[in-house]
Write a protein that binds this ligand. Structure first.
Ligand SMILES: *[C@@H]1O[C@H](CO)[C@@H](O)[C@H](O)[C@H]1NC(C)=O
Ligand SMILES: *[C@@H]1O[C@H](CO)[C@@H](O)[C@H](O)[C@H]1NC(C)=O
Ligand SMILES: *[C@@H]1O[C@H](CO)[C@@H](O)[C@H](O)[C@H]1NC(C)=O
Ligand SMILES: *[C@@H]1O[C@H](CO)[C@@H](O)[C@H](O)[C@H]1NC(C)=O
Length: 902
């Protein structure tokens, strides 16, 4: 409405041919009458938008949906102004140095578990409150080419259709002033700032045309934020220089015929257990003239142990000695990167670029293409900018908030002001940097770097803005290329589900894994300067990785054995700290005992030894089961290695009488459901009393048309209803998941989950096993422990007595029997307990085969045992010991400097 009035009066004034002066008179009246509302409305409508020149860029537009998610403990933005809760100092074993004011900090202090972490939050919050923490101003060291901070250029007339400064518009009804506007324009990297109509701030790249310059009296409105200054007038603007020159990212050269030599440091930051994929990546990237600096997360002992040996094999491979336990979005990520960079600088390597990769990256151009591209662009720095309006980026990214990392959590403790004088930039955290720039960043700290250091130690997702911001404000500002060489598989609908709430007080997004159906997205990058893609995870889809290899020139797949197989380790006996996955070990123990019993029936007596490894096995991207590798001896002879392959049985029963039965595509319980990839990470559904079962259902899309609600009933092994959910017609998502919402421990045994029509007729029934534990904290269970852990939490269930006449509920007699049985089961220990576990395992898993391997050569005569004939592990296609050239480090070819995988 305000705009309309302004426009109307303007036109009206023009029509009547009244003088400029009269227009201003009218405008002053309007501003007196309408000022508060005009500005409030404008603020609501336009306060957060640019003039539309800077559009949201899909590749890099990122991350945060909102600051809170639905976690009630984290204070929401709207509440923070109203309520001032008190810090409960009685819960602290120290005296806070100040009275904490920030509601967010108080919440964080109460949620933190250790006193040390609480104290760190208190200490820092007090420093911030006293303004002794962050730098107020930092120097911009980018050459200014004669531009001067705050230099006044004059009063210019502006036009609605042709804005003089067209790159940014903001409305600051109570705070606007030339100083504020200049700061805002500096943050966004613009050379000119202009204040207009009291509350408006414009930024731009283009020198204002002299023809628009007016007399000073055209600018005649006081600034709301500083009454001693003038903030333009009606379509009139006081324009200032910010001291920056116009920023233009460098356009890299494309190619050249004479390729210069180039040496790249691949900085691999690894996490998880996808070892064979790391090997595959190394096989593809390896050249003897490049370097591989590998940081393995401090907690990932398996990956680190396995990769350590590469240092002896390859002089150009080095593992980080100082390892960090990093978390998603955590400040420790940047610490880790800087520490790694410092370290390989000290190694005396001679290199031209460092490129940051993880185990989920893969090249999508040949390495030679990358080498050519980088060799003609030496000295440039590749980062990708967010491509949106900077104030908005700052908000979405949480750069205006302080975060403190402790207890492997990023605690949000309140608002902060970013320092004056510097450009704020950020975007993707995938980078390719020159040695000159890295040397500056990790070298002697100047005022800019040490100031940014404090800021970024308390920043969410620091790697996404630190390097960008240093680049823009340092003497390297002219080496900035807006391209991170990466294509990222964003699927925001799936990837922005607040999935990191447990580690950060924020909602973040993550890109999806590439699958075969995403192939066009990779193909579309053929003619673009993009050399890597992410994410790839062979446990989700391996076919697409093989296709990418073909794309970049590998034509050896027909010779690679087991090219469609994938193995991923889920347990290794050497893991430090010693794995205490009691559920997995209790479960695996029962599978191999079951296997030994079967063999005994064939006249083959096998003594079981320790479990060495457990792997999951996929073939052609289909989960084929798990493999347990263990020591054993046959007929009392030497120790052998035996691997047993087994697979979960299906447990879905459909009621074909039901009219809805055809709608059910999936109805399954397991744990570790990955919402983003829509898969269970617990492939074998190995659940124990402390697991968190999740039901995933998938209905066919026709479901939408039905006007009915469904009921889901969770029945525990004693036949008692543990939980009930309703799927309402209105929220009939085709695929969704439901968590079993009861206290642990879960009662061990066979659980049933029923899907019921509105008239309580059963449509589908699935069963899942909660394995009783043989071990607790790695030791055999005692009487006391079993009676606690194996009794479930029945007493804490809600009451569902209103549910009657449901087919699959046990009758009164059965109920009584089940109850007695449950009570006696909870008392079982030792051999008795193992027999119970085994009888349950048999019902839920099928053993598919066993193979043997040995340390000595005379294996052949060990293959026959009673009536059973083992296969030799290396000659099966399923064993984790069978050949896997793509997932094993091959041999160096001294002629090509590459690794040959066959
Ligand atoms: C907090 O500050 C106090 C007093 O200066 C100091 O003794 C203590 O070590 C600090 N604790 C943490 C965790 O920062
Ligand atoms: C480097 O790689 C890791 C992924 O392993 C990523 O999380 C990190 O932020 C990256 N960033 C930079 C700037 O290197
Ligand atoms: C489904 O449940 C909702 C909420 O209880 C109820 O409002 C709605 O009427 C039900 N729909 C049908 C078809 O019964
Ligand atoms: C399911 O549908 C409801 C209502 O339409 C919606 O709010 C919710 O976000 C959907 N959930 C998923 C996982 O798509």
């Amino acid at each position: 409405m305000a705009i309309f009035i302004r426009k109307f009066l303007y036109k009206y004034a023009k029509c009547l041919g009244v003088t400029v002066l009269t227009t201003f008179f009218i405008q002053i009246i309007i501003s007196i009458i309408l000022f508060p509302t005009v500005n409030d409305n404008l603020l609501k409508k336009f306060g957060d938008t640019s003039l539309g020149k800077l559009e949201l860029n899909d590749v890099s537009a990122r991350k945060i949906i909102n600051g809170n998610g639905d976690d009630e403990d984290i204070p929401s933005k709207s509440q923070s102004d109203k309520v001032y809760p008190r810090l409960r100092t009685e819960e602290l074993d120290f005296t806070p140095a100040c009275a904490i004011e920030s509601r967010e900090a108080i919440s964080a202090i109460h949620r933190a578990k250790t006193q040390n972490c609480k104290q760190e939050i208190v200490n820092k919050t007090c420093l911030i409150q006293n303004s002794n923490f962050y730098p107020v101003k930092l120097p911009n060291l980018c050459p200014s080419n004669g531009m001067t901070y705050g230099k006044y250029l004059g009063c210019y007339l502006d036009e609605k259709k042709f804005r003089i400064l067209s790159s940014f518009y903001g409305n600051y009804a109570t705070t606007n002033s030339p100083d504020l506007c200049i700061e805002i324009c500096i943050q966004a990297g613009f050379p000119y700032a202009g204040v207009q109509y009291a509350s408006e701030c414009f930024c731009g790249d283009m020198t204002p045309p002299l023809s628009s310059k007016s007399i000073e009296s055209s600018c005649d409105m006081k600034c709301p934020g500083d009454a001693s200054k003038i903030c333009g007038g009606y379509f009139a603007m006081n324009i200032y220089e910010t001291g920056l020159t116009k920023f233009v990212p460098v356009t890299p050269k494309l190619s050249s015929h004479n390729k210069d030599s180039i040496r790249i440091v691949f900085l691999l930051t690894l996490n998880g257990r996808a070892l064979r994929q790391v090997y595959r990546l190394l096989n593809v990237l390896y050249r003897s003239h490049h370097y591989f600096y590998i940081h393995v997360d401090k907690r990932q002992d398996y990956m680190h142990r396995k990769l350590s040996v590469l240092e002896q094999q390859f002089p150009n491979v080095r593992l980080a000695r100082e390892r960090f336990a990093t978390i998603w979005g955590g400040a420790s990520l940047l610490k880790m990167l800087l520490s790694s960079m410092k370290d390989f600088f000290a190694l005396g390597w001679r290199w031209d670029y460092v490129i940051n990769l993880s185990e989920s990256d893969f090249p999508i151009k040949s390495l030679e293409d990358l080498e050519i591209f980088l060799s003609v662009n030496k000295g440039l720095n590749f980062v990708k900018s967010h491509g949106r309006e900077v104030q908005r980026f700052i908000k979405k990214q949480g750069l205006d908030k302080t975060f403190i990392e402790c207890e492997t959590h990023m605690w949000r403790v309140g608002e902060r002001k970013l320092p004056h004088g510097i450009v704020i930039d950020g975007g993707s955290d995938w980078i390719a940097l020159s040695p000159e720039f890295v040397s500056y960043v990790v070298g002697k700290q100047d005022e800019l770097l040490s100031g940014l250091d404090i800021i970024f130690q308390h920043t969410l997702l620091p790697a996404e803005s630190f390097f960008h911001t240093v680049l823009r404000n340092s003497k390297f500002c002219n080496t900035y290329v807006d391209n991170n060489l990466h294509v990222t598989n964003w699927k925001r609908k799936l990837g922005c589900k607040c999935q990191y709430k447990h580690v950060v007080d924020w909602c973040g997004c993550s890109p999806n894994d590439f699958r075969t159906e995403d192939w066009p997205r990779i193909q579309n990058t053929l003619n673009r300067q993009l050399f890597f893609a992410r994410k790839f995870e062979p446990v989700i889809n391996q076919e697409v990785i093989t296709r990418v290899e073909q794309l970049i020139g590998f034509n050896d797949h027909y010779r690679i054995q087991n090219v469609e197989a994938y193995w991923q380790n889920i347990y290794d006996t050497q893991d430090m700290p010693a794995s205490t996955d009691d559920t997995l070990l209790s479960h695996a123990g029962s599978i191999i005992r079951h296997n030994a019993k079967t063999l005994l029936q064939e006249g083959c007596k096998m003594e079981l030894g320790d479990i060495i490894e457990i792997n999951l096995y996929k073939y052609a991207d289909i989960y084929k089961g798990n493999l347990i590798l263990y020591k054993a001896s046959i007929h009392g002879a030497d120790e052998l290695l035996v691997e047993t392959w087994y697979k979960p049985k299906h447990h879905l029963e459909l009621n074909f009488q039901s009219q809805y039965v055809d709608l059910i595509k999936m109805f399954k319980v397991s744990s570790e459901y990955d919402q983003k990839e829509m898969t269970f990470r617990n492939f074998a559904s190995i659940l124990g009393p402390l697991s968190e079962p999740v039901l995933v259902y998938q209905f066919s899309p026709q479901m939408d048309k039905l006007n009915t609600n469904f009921t889901i009933i969770w029945l525990d092994p004693s036949g008692v209803i543990a939980d009930v959910n309703t799927i309402h017609k209105e929220e009939n998502n085709v695929t969704d998941f439901i968590k079993l919402n009861i206290k642990t421990p879960l009662l061990p045994g066979v659980w049933k989950v029923g899907l019921l029509e509105q008239n309580n007729a059963l449509i589908a029934l699935t069963k899942f096993l909660v394995t009783p534990l043989e071990y607790f904290a790695g030791r055999e269970m005692s009487h006391q422990e079993t009676s606690l852990i194996h009794s479930g939490s029945v007493s804490s269930y809600k009451k569902f007595s209103y549910l009657k006449d449901i087919d699959f509920l046990p009758g009164a007699r059965d109920s009584l029997l089940l109850k007695e049985l449950t009570e006696s089961n909870a008392r079982r220990i030792g051999q008795d307990l193992r027999e119970w576990i085994d009888s349950l395992s048999i019902a839920f898993y099928d053993v598919l085969g066993s193979c043997v391997s040995t340390y000595s050569n005379n294996l052949k005569d060990k293959l026959v045992c009673g009536n059973y004939k083992f296969s030799e592990c290396v000659s099966t296609e399923w064993s984790s010991l069978s050949p896997d050239p793509k997932g094993t480090i091959g041999k160096i070819n001294t002629l090509t400097g590459r690794i040959d995988r066959i």
